[in-house]
Design a protein around this ligand. Structure first.
Ligand code: C5P
Length: 231
């Protein structure tokens, strides 16, 4: 099976619906999945998901669930009512919580007659600096995710190759902390360029501020896509 090339997900982390709509309208010719996180979802709730879907694009709902198993099961179940493509859960919540998330997804897509979202486990945040043992920790958390039946993990570009080696195509890798060479790294620590993440074998890269804060987001996205195709 030939793998799909690395897909770019755009994170819209603003706090204003009009600004979010403007970004989606501007970039949707190049982006098929938009990531909505806690900033926008807390402000607007399901209508913000509807806004993106109404433009024919998919939503990655990045609320990073981390709670007791029963609560996470319910949160993933009700996420299915939104018809989103991807949902995140913190792998640090443990194996039982991750298994509960999988149960919630099965229940939710039956209850709401929607497609089952891809369940993506967050390993270590890319804002955490490198420290001893971090690489092994991420691999351990990825193993938990796999064992529980999740579809993929969020990790930095540095861990992608080892995760692919361990799990092949069975576990998707989603890589945030993406910056072009000249960009500021902001609060991210383990950053990588689109070329590095693509070469490592990332299935998805998440780009946020380096595009959304740019004076010409479309041009920036084109540059990122060009890097991916050259990698
Ligand atoms: O603006 P920037 O490109 O740093 O945005 C990265 C996005 O990816 C943010 O929405 C952030 O919440 C998310 N993310 C992350 N690290 C993770 C998981 C998600 O930066 N481990």
């Amino acid at each position: 099976m030939t793998r799909k090339s690395t897909e770019v997900i755009l994170a819209i982390d603003c706090d204003n619906m009009d600004e979010a709509r403007r970004l989606v309208e501007l970039t949707h010719e190049l982006i098929s999945i938009f990531k909505i996180g806690s900033i926008l979802f807390t402000a607007y709730g399901p209508p913000i998901v509807e806004m993106v879907k109404a433009m024919g694009r998919d939503v990655f709902l990045d609320l990073k669930f981390h709670d007791i198993p029963n609560t996470v099961r319910g949160a993933v179940r009700t996420s299915c009512s939104l018809g989103v493509k991807m949902v995140t859960i913190h792998t640090a919540g443990g194996l039982e919580m991750l298994k509960a998330a999988c149960l919630g997804a099965e229940e939710g897509c039956r209850q709401y007659s929607t497609d089952r979202p891809l369940l993506i486990g967050v390993t270590q945040l890319t804002s955490m600096g490198t420290r001893q043992g971090l690489h092994e920790e991420v691999l351990k958390l990825a193993n938990f995710a796999f064992e529980a039946g999740l579809d993929g993990v969020v990790c930095s570009a540095k861990e992608v190759a080892a995760i692919r080696q361990a799990h092949g195509d069975e576990l998707l890798t989603v890589v945030p902390g993406i910056r072009l060479k000249q960009d500021s790294s902001d609060d991210q620590a383990r950053v990588a360029t689109p070329i590095e993440a693509t070469k490592a074998g990332a299935d998805f890269i998440v780009v946020g501020r380096s595009v959304t804060r740019s004076s010409s987001p479309l041009e920036k996205l084109r540059k990122i896509k060009e890097e991916i195709s050259r990698a």
